[in-house]
Write a protein of this length. Structure first.
Length: 400
């Protein structure tokens, strides 16, 4: 955490110098937002909740203009070129790509859960590739369920994210009687648990989010998405319920992005530095990407190619089925029990099996991991990470 706090301001300054446009106040200073679990306004945004798009579009243009970078579009990673002792590059749909160091930045796995705020491709491909190549995974039991995802079952609008920043500006959560029932800016696990309990009390599939006092100009994409769903948030509250949003777990790495497999690095949501603990604070993820991404890039420059490379592995990546997505939501959703989790152990998708094993191994409720049979937090598990080896065995580790 100290690394992130000390190095993140320089990241923001660097992005500004590269032409990324962040929201400013009437005096031209960065407009700082307040989100769940925060005590001070400290988050910079672009276009309300379009920060990711602003950054990635600007950086993509820079990459395209850089002659020393080869971009392989419409090319998929099928496996890591590994003998289990070292990573030598990537097996791609266009052939072998050898490298002294390979950095995975493949995103998260929250689309493994049927109800999700994520694009369908967020299936944890990076951790699957890394695990089968010989790397350890960690903290897979911790999935953050975003409290306010649009609840429109059976439609393409179900799961649309309604950013937490909008609650930071005054949106309220209401029960079936139209009464406020929780602190909207508590940490996400607390808000999610409160919503689930209120849904149980009211026997409803959702609660209501009241946006009637929010200026649509502050969050134009949110109001546009709600309009596409046929909702008018300025006249009545909209239905919301928790959905899988962010995975704290992934490929176990150190603060320079090194995995347990020499030659392999991971950054962003596919990695697990331990930074996010059991329940990521809102908007720390982009800072993590840039701070630890730079550290991984610098560390990887020091790697040297092996004298000889082994034959590429025969295994190839196979995406999860819809049945797997249904099973992960049903058996490892916002509220869990051991009998359901055990059902995932035989799932054909490797990451679903690993999630089930990790969640079974942590016999407590903590952050994004809630178990009906173990509702309390076990202090003996403070600082303990559940690690899954490439062979599938599970062990507890204390990280320093």
């Amino acid at each position: 955490m100290r690394v992130l706090v000390e190095e993140a301001p320089a990241v923001v300054r660097d992005l500004l110098s590269r032409g990324v446009v962040f929201d400013v106040d009437h005096e031209g200073r960065l407009a700082l937002g307040l989100e769940g679990g925060h005590t001070h306004r400290r988050i910079v945004h672009a276009g309300g909740s379009q920060t990711g798009h602003e950054i990635t579009s600007k950086l993509a243009a820079m990459v395209a203009a850089q002659e020393r970078i080869e971009v392989m579009e419409r090319t998929s990673a099928l496996a890591l070129w590994s003998d289990g002792e070292r990573c030598h590059g990537v097996v791609s749909s266009e052939g072998l790509v050898g490298a002294p160091a390979t950095i995975l930045a493949t995103g998260g796995a929250a689309a493994l859960w049927r109800r999700t705020t994520n694009p369908r491709g967020a299936i944890g491909a990076g951790p699957v590739l890394a695990s089968l190549a010989g790397a350890d995974l960690a903290d897979l039991e911790f999935c953050q369920f975003h409290p306010t995802a649009l609840a429109c079952p059976g439609t393409s609008h179900d799961g649309v994210l309604i950013t937490e920043a909008i609650r930071g500006e005054g949106a309220k959560l209401l029960d079936a009687a139209g009464q406020r029932f929780t602190d909207e800016l508590a940490p996400r696990d607390a808000v999610t648990a409160a919503i689930l309990e209120q849904m149980r009390i009211d026997s409803t599939p959702s609660v209501a989010l009241d946006l009637r006092e929010i200026d649509p100009a502050r969050f134009p994409n949110v109001f546009a998405s709600l309009a596409k769903a046929g909702l008018d948030p300025q006249s009545q509250p909209v239905p919301v319920a928790p959905a899988a949003h962010y995975t704290m777990g992934g490929i176990a790495v150190d603060i320079d992005g090194r995995s347990s497999l020499p030659g392999l690095y991971a950054v962003g949501e596919c990695s697990c530095t331990g930074l996010h603990g059991a329940n990521r604070l809102a908007s720390n993820s982009l800072s993590e990407c840039f701070v630890f991404g730079e550290r991984a890039a610098r560390a990887a420059l020091g790697d040297e190619a092996a004298a000889a490379r082994p034959d590429p592995p025969e295994w190839r990546f196979d995406p999860p089925s819809q049945e797997t997505r249904d099973a992960v939501w049903r058996y490892a959703g916002p509220m869990r029990n051991p009998d359901d989790l055990a059902r995932l152990i035989s799932n054909p998708y490797p990451l679903a099996r690993a999630i089930g094993a990790s969640a079974l191994g942590r016999r407590e409720s903590r952050g994004g991991h809630l178990r009906r049979d173990c509702p309390g937090t076990n202090p003996r598990l403070d600082g303990i990470h559940v690690v899954v080896s490439s062979g599938g065995s599970v062990r507890d580790e204390e990280w320093h």
